[in-house]
Design a protein around this ligand. Structure first.
Ligand SMILES: *Cc1c(COP(=O)(O)O)cnc(C)c1O
Length: 246
């Protein structure tokens, strides 16, 4: 069983390889280590290995876990954000990858105004029209872009997608290309900059890098398999013993 430090080394080596292959600098790609379901203790192993940027997908779990860890970490929110959790989420996260509706964006803007914050966000796009996933349909996003851009407190910095689960990494490529092209066309149509593309997970992050990802969200390749029940506690003994015992 490789350690978390060894897993991180391997992922970083593959990032460097994919960046070189596509003539990009590895410094332009941020590895968001996804810690959902994993205990603060296991996150601590990644911190000891020098990693500082982490992703969580549930506010409740993040609120339990983040205070147990050093305060110099950078946390990204990558899951579906419920409107009634926005106030709790905003002070915890430096970037929200997953703004998936105009209503959510408006709620974030309103609460950010109340609380004196200027949140950085990405817009999540549902490229394959999967009913099981959140995110703007591309046409709807184009229609609502002016309304999103008019929200004064939001700093909209790019797009995010989750590719449909395919048999191999290459299956995801066309979705990553589509997200990049959508970003490029929005930059032209709305005369703005959307520098970030959040795309690529354990199964397909090297392909995502080849297609322009600036943020990759990798959990399993670093922390091992999550327990099937997806238990969401900061100290998840069940998930911990299952990982270390296999
Ligand atoms: C869980 C999750 C990830 C990480 O998935 P892995 O396959 O474990 O790397 C990435 N992005 C989102 C939105 C997630 O919920």
């Amino acid at each position: 069983m490789p350690t978390i430090a060894e897993n991180l080394e391997l992922v970083k080596a593959r990032i460097a390889q994919a960046a070189a292959k596509s003539k990009r600098s590895a410094d332009d790609i941020e590895l968001v280590a996804v810690t959902k379901t994993h205990s603060a203790e296991r996150v601590g192993e990644a911190i000891d290995a020098g990693h500082l940027c982490f992703g969580e997908s549930k506010v409740q779990e993040a609120r339990a876990k983040i205070p147990l860890l050093p305060s110099n970490l950078r946390w990204h929110f990558i899951g579906h954000l419920q409107r009634n959790k926005v106030r709790q989420a905003l002070p915890l996260f430096e970037l929200i990858h997953s703004v998936d509706s105009l209503e959510l964006a408006q709620a974030i803007d309103r609460i950010a105004h109340d609380d004196g914050l200027h949140p950085r966000v990405l817009l999540e796009v549902n490229l394959a029209g999967e009913a099981s996933k959140f995110g703007f349909q591309p046409d709807k996003l184009r229609q609502e872009m002016e309304s999103l851009l008019a929200l004064p407190r939001l700093s909209i910095e790019g797009l995010m997608c989750i590719a449909p689960l395919g048999p191999e990494a290459e299956t995801s490529r066309r979705y990553f290309v589509t997200l990049r092209e959508l970003r490029n066309s929005f930059e032209n149509e709305f005369e703005l900059k959307l520098p970030h593309l959040s795309m690529g997970m354990t199964n397909d992050y090297t392909v995502a890098i080849e297609e322009g990802a600036t943020l990759i969200r990798v959990g399993t390749a670093i922390f091992g398999e999550r327990s099937k029940k997806q238990k969401s506690k900061a100290t998840d003994e069940h998930g911990f013993s299952q990982i270390s015992g296999s």
